[in-house]
Design a protein around this ligand. Structure first.
Ligand code: ATP
Ligand code: MG
Length: 319
């Protein structure tokens, strides 16, 4: 499917149609934000019988994304950083797989952040993220991110102890300070042409249980299950508090959070695709226009190639 064939109008139209799916879930200011105002089972006006249509819409969205990414790459000015955060089994991996299924792998990198290594612990906490930022013209996906520094590290403070920070710097203000550092970091990125969009896939505790059971009972999904997932589940309320505080303190206009209902995978993917399309659209992307000299160069090359072809034909006729 080549969307651009029908001209820019079609792309504009599709972008417009995608917008209503992401807008309701965008948080640009954390003031008054409450996680409990977002229902993980929300599907807007769509019912489960709309699922096939939603899947079709996602397929169109994926092609649109690919088209926009091509322009992002060709223009080579902006880059996009997509941050995905969620509890286990909320659907991060599946979302990445679906959303990115159409894009050119050459212009996209995915990084998964796990518990830090010794080398990483030997540096400041943003160090490992800095090294993985997307190149200009590229899309980067962080599957978990520096936000874990205000989530798992906050819920289990033994991780903080491992970070070898000077004792004097570890005060009760540490989370407030980390939020401030992250806001500043994201402003810095924005000023460098790295567009940050953050997603919290908000799954309910009941749906997580269902998905864990599915992973245990279905042999093809066994590999996805780890006993530590159950341990983390026991800290559910602490995590929800940490997520809420994180969104309150780090949702900004330049780097908004999307709190995406995640109990229905088809809906989650639709919202995330729509939000990335919206971010790319805001960049006014277009293929680079070539200057007069370049046009002359192209014409010259065309002539050379045509002459070559002519010569080839003549020598074939002679022989
Ligand atoms: P995921 O759980 O993201 O689907 P996975 O199951 O393949 O991925 P895990 O071994 O569970 O991989 O690694 C992710 C774990 O790493 C999460 O529990 C997360 O909280 C933890 N983690 C990520 N960043 C940090 C950090 N900065 N400090 C401590 N733990 C971290
Ligand atoms: Mg895990």
């Amino acid at each position: 499917m080549v969307l651009a064939k029908n001209g820019e109008i079609k792309i504009e139209h599709l972008i417009k149609r995608a917008r209503p799916f992401s807008e309701p879930f965008r948080v640009t200011s954390g003031k008054g934000f409450r996680l409990k105002d977002i229902d993980p089972g929300d599907t807007l006006h769509l019912q489960s019988e709309d699922k096939p249509r939603a899947k079709e819409a996602l397929a169109v969205g994926v092609h649109l994304l690919a088209e926009l990414q091509e322009m992002l790459y060709a223009q080579d000015r902006w880059s996009v950083l997509i941050v995905l955060q969620a509890m286990d089994a909320a659907g991060k991996d599946g979302t990445i797989k679906h959303i990115m299924s159409g894009v050119n792998p050459q212009g996209c990198q995915v990084h998964s952040f796990k518990a830090p290594s010794d080398e990483e612990l030997d540096h400041d906490y943003l160090w490992r993220s800095m090294r993985c930022l997307p190149n200009r013209g590229n899309m980067g996906i962080f599957n978990r991110s520096y936000y874990e520094e205000t989530l798992v590290v906050r819920v289990h403070q033994e991780f903080l102890a491992k970070q070898k920070l000077p004792q004097k710097l570890v005060t009760k203000n540490i989370w407030k300070e980390r939020f401030e550092d992250i806001r500043n970091f994201e402003s810095y990125l924005a000023r460098n042409g790295i567009v940050v969009r953050k997603f919290f896939l908000h799954v309910s505790k009941e749906e997580q249980e269902k998905r864990f059971i599915e992973r245990i009972e279905n042999p093809e999904k066994n590999w996805k299950f780890s006993a530590s997932d159950i341990k983390e589940r026991a800290y559910w309320d602490d995590y929800m508090e940490a997520y809420e505080d994180m969104i309150r303190n780090t949702a900004t206009k330049e780097a908004p959070w999307y709190v995406v209902p995640a109990d229905n995978k088809w809906f989650t993917r639709l919202v995330v695709a729509a939000a990335i399309i919206d971010a790319l659209d805001s960049l006014d992307l277009h293929y680079p226009k070539v200057n007069k000299r370049k046009l002359e160069e192209l014409e010259e090359a065309r002539k050379t190639l045509l002459n070559e072809k002519e010569r080839g034909k003549k020598s074939k006729n002679k022989s």
